[in-house]
Ligand binder design. Structure first.
Ligand code: F6R
Length: 607
């Protein structure tokens, strides 16, 4: 949510900021703005609309001198509608800032400021934060920031400029992410690495409640006691090309195509002599000791990966697993203790509810393991153990490659757990990992079914409501298929356990209502097909996703998508690709911006 960037150095700051904002736009795209230092003081340009609108506005203003210091913001509106005035940066007195997060007590603070005769001009919580800092400011920026944050409740990452300190950017965060780097061209800080990768692959995460001061000479970090702190440097192993579309129409399509490689990077280094091995992840087998329950918690697509994970972990280990929506779990007073493993899944590693769920689990004494894609993110840093997925940067709002590698990490976890607790033998484990490795090439084959799915998706252009049905792993997949379709194509859909449909919802099946039936699991195949017949005989148009070797009565469905031959437990990897393509092509055929769906943003850092 919201992308922020700050730069001070020798380059043209306006160019650095607008280019950086274009990279960060996937985090929010309601409005955008920059503020930069000129000889006449700090100037702000902001506008409702996309970064391209901001860029036009910026380019239309000819500056006499080059500007080398500034901050930029691309917004996902929370408090205050989408308008020029509510766009960031916000200025109050001598303070100009940008913010990612939510100041929860802004109304109370606003009332206090109004008593002093100070009134905001926007409807945002951010302007109030700027006013609070300005209120405390008496010539010492760090003192003002430290005093102000004592009053602020909520999540924030602030980049702040003070009129009297041109060339300096002050930064602090609580919850919301900030990563930074320094090169000979200057100091740069942003919400995530996609904006920094052009300048360096080495970076650090600004620790929470520490103040970073960016100058052309470097970045100084101090804690709230004014003691200097050395940041821990990290390195990313992807490059600029990973953060670019590279000839694809949309990032989502590019990321679907990147799945075999992402799987390879996530699985292969973790197989030693045919056995899953987490030594390089510093996860010893003691993690499994004494475990009598696993709770998986996550949001959205990551939670759907958890649904598949539950199925597999229970099947292989017979240890009970529940899957909890993180925003519910955190307010549920969950029953967990030191014999529970709380397994947290997150692409970004910054999702506010998932992070809060992790913190609660730790507070209650549970062991915590996270499956995370972004290195050094809050969830990764705060978990007892981390299994990084290696999808590389995921830019499309709709998660595809991050989901498939979350599945891969869960499968590796389940296999190792089953193996070390003697639920499966060494030979069985080896056989399973062998088949698992073959899945990568089967996913590759699946990627090439795009033309067929494109044709099928064309039939959905006018669809308003649709159902996904399946049983077991296929039901878990249905949940993912449904969210994917909804978020990018705006077609309303629901995922139903195939056997549950007739307990009410089948009343919604009428002539030509599409039903996407997933039937990849042999043990429940016949049952699911019975359910397909039920909807078919009520007029539904059926798209069936099934196994290559299934014997299918042609009258059963209108369209069929088959997945390559894989063992049942690995079918989700292939079927997921078909579901992603259905969502993608339905959205494209409806003329939508697939990468930036309405009302959404990547990385939900607010509750
Ligand atoms: C849907 C999607 C979201 C995320 C969810 C959690 O395609 O991407 O549902 O899965 O917001 O995000 P992370 O995984 O970053 O915690």
């Amino acid at each position: 949510m919201c992308g922020i960037i700050g730069f001070t150095g020798t380059l043209d700051a306006k160019a650095v900021l607008t280019e950086g904002l274009a990279e960060l736009e996937y985090r929010g795209y309601d409005s955008a703005g920059i503020a930069y230092v000129t000889k006449q003081g700090i100037k702000t340009i902001k506008t409702a609309g996309k970064v391209s609108c901001l860029k036009e506005k910026v380019e239309s203003i000819k500056e006499q001198d080059q500007t080398t210091c500034g901050i930029g913001h691309t917004r996902w509106a929370t408090h205050g509608g989408v308008s020029d005035i509510n766009s960031h940066p916000h200025t109050a007195g001598r303070v100009t800032l940008i913010h990612n997060g939510i100041i929860e007590n802004y109304q109370k603070l606003q009332a206090e400021l109004e008593k002093k005769g100070k009134k905001p001009i926007s409807q945002t919580d951010t302007e109030i934060a700027a006013m609070v800092i300005d209120d405390y400011y008496e010539g010492d920026p760090i003192k003002a920031i430290k005093n102000a944050v004592k009053c602020l409740q909520g999540a924030y990452a602030f980049l702040i400029m003070f009129q009297e300190f041109p060339g300096k950017i002050y930064c602090i965060r609580n919850g919301s992410p900030l990563v930074a780097t320094y090169t000979e061209k200057g100091a740069i800080i942003a919400s995530d690495m996609v904006a920094l990768i052009k300048y360096s692959k080495d970076y650090f995460v600004l620790p929470e409640h520490h103040i970073a001061t960016l100058t052309t000479d470097g970045i100084k970090i101090t804690n709230l006691l004014d003691q200097p702190v050395e940041p821990k440097m990290l390195h990313v192993n992807w490059d600029m090309a990973s953060a670019r579309k590279g000839g694809y129409d949309y990032f989502m399509l590019k990321e679907i195509h990147e799945q075999p490689e992402a799987l390879r990077r996530t699985i292969t280094p973790r197989l030693k002599q045919g056995l899953p091995d987490f030594e390089e992840d510093n996860i010893g087998d003691d993690i499994f000791q004494g475990l009598n329950k696993i709770v998986i918690t996550a949001c959205g697509t990551a939670m759907h990966a958890g649904l598949i994970g539950r199925n597999l972990i229970e099947k292989l280990t017979r240890v009970p697993v529940t899957v909890e929506i993180a925003s519910e779990f955190r307010y549920q007073d969950p029953i967990i203790d030191e014999n529970t493993l709380v397994l947290v899944i997150s692409q970004s590693g910054e999702t506010a509810d998932t992070l809060a769920a992790l913190r609660l689990a730790k507070e209650k004494g549970a062991k915590t393991l996270s499956i995370v894609n972004v290195k050094g993110s809050s969830i990764a840093r705060e978990s007892d153990y981390v299994l990084y997925t290696h999808a590389g940067p995921e830019i499309a709002v709709a998660s595809t490659k991050a989901y498939i590698v979350q599945l891969a990490a869960l499968y590796l976890f389940a296999m190792r757990f089953a193996y070390v607790t003697n639920k499966i033998t060494k030979e069985e484990t080896k056989k399973m990992t062998e088949e698992f490795t073959c899945v990568i090439s089967q996913v590759e084959k699946m990627i090439s079914c795009d033309e067929q799915v494109e044709e099928i998706a064309a039939c959905l252009v006018k669809t308003e409501d649709l159902f996904f049905i399946g049983r077991g792993l296929d039901y878990a997949l249905s949940c993912e298929g449904s969210i994917k379709l909804k978020e990018v194509s705006y077609i309303h859909s629901e995922a139903y356990a195939a056997g549950e449909l007739k307990h009410g919802t089948i009343s919604l099946i009428t002539d030509n209502v599409p039903v996407i039936a997933i039937a990849t699991q042999k043990d429940v195949y016949v049952k699911t097909i019975s359910n397909v017949k039920e909807v078919r005989s009520r007029g539904a148009k059926v798209i069936l996703i099934t196994r290559q070797d299934a014997v299918i009565d042609a009258s059963l469905c209108d369209h069929i998508i088959t997945i390559p031959k894989v063992d049942d437990i690995f079918a989700p990897f292939c079927a997921a690709v078909a579901l992603q393509y259905i969502a993608y092509y339905a959205a494209v055929k409806r003329g939508l911006n697939v990468d930036q769906p309405r009302n959404l943003a990547k990385s939900v850092t607010v509750e």
